[in-house]
Write a protein that binds this ligand. Sequence first.
Ligand SMILES: Cc1cc2nc3c(=O)[nH]c(=O)nc-3n(C[C@H](O)[C@H](O)[C@H](O)COP(=O)(O)OP(=O)(O)OC[C@H]3O[C@@H](n4cnc5c(N)ncnc54)[C@H](O)[C@@H]3O)c2cc1C
Length: 264
Amino acid sequence: MFSFSKFFLASSLEEAYTELLKNKKNIILGGTSYLRMGNTPWNTGIDLSNLNLNYISETEEFINIGAMTTFRQLETNILLKDFFGDIFNVALRDIIGVQFRSNVTVGATVFSKYGFSDLIPVLLSLDAKVKLFNGGILSLEDFLNEQNIRKDILVEILIPKKYCKTSFQCVRKSKTDYSIINLAICNFNNKITIAVGSRPGKAMLAKKTMAILNLSENIEKEIVNAMKHIGDEIPLDSNMRGSKSYRELLLSALLRKGIQEVLN
Ligand SMILES: Cc1cc2nc3c(=O)[nH]c(=O)nc-3n(C[C@H](O)[C@H](O)[C@H](O)COP(=O)(O)OP(=O)(O)OC[C@H]3O[C@@H](n4cnc5c(N)ncnc54)[C@H](O)[C@@H]3O)c2cc1C
């Protein structure tokens, strides 16, 4: 079990950030489900609960999701369903159980860039941006590609508002296990975006496969070609959940299923 010697209830983001910089063993607390898996003795635990970061709202251009929003909120939110269909619900509903999903937070998940994440590919396929307290707004794709770990606070996720057809595909050995591979697809006016996660590395966009489909006049006819291509484009590997060759087979099969879903 992790521990911290001091607890700091922040009353502003500025205060939280200043506290974070004071010591390299100071940490931001999300739902703490992941932190509890470790044994690290931390210095100060910084709580953001009083900063009203638990929201899903909309502006003219974006759906805004606060860092302390829980998976359960994403899974059940009407606004997200209106714009993006069932993708949040489908991607998150098999993670452990309702109590767990009512606790884990969006900000912690995205900031930590977990390779096994089911949420990150969904956000990537929807062209999301991240807002960092110190680093400002940048695309999720650029944020994921950064090699260095920032000392910062994820404040908000911004998703461009567009009505799209979506699909989330994954394979788990058992209902509550991590995905062996996952795939999120968005079709906005016949422009397809594909994100692959649990490779087992960090989620990434399948840009060449997207181009094959998007440059075609008949997407459906290009599915088989795309299925052949995606395994060459996306680096896959083996781990305790599945071998590289198993992932290759799953990825192309799930791609077919997902594309067919977003075309119908
Ligand atoms: C047993 C278990 C099974 C899981 N299974 C799955 C699964 O199948 N699929 C899946 O997608 N996910 C899974 N997860 C991951 C889970 O969904 C969350 O992504 C994870 O628990 C992090 O959320 P948290 O709120 O618990 O983070 P915490 O444990 O609170 O924090 C994690 C890290 O993020 C940092 N942090 C927290 N908030 C912020 C912020 N706003 N800005 C910057 N840094 C921050 C913390 O300092 C810490 O380093 C699992 C987790 C556990 C513990």
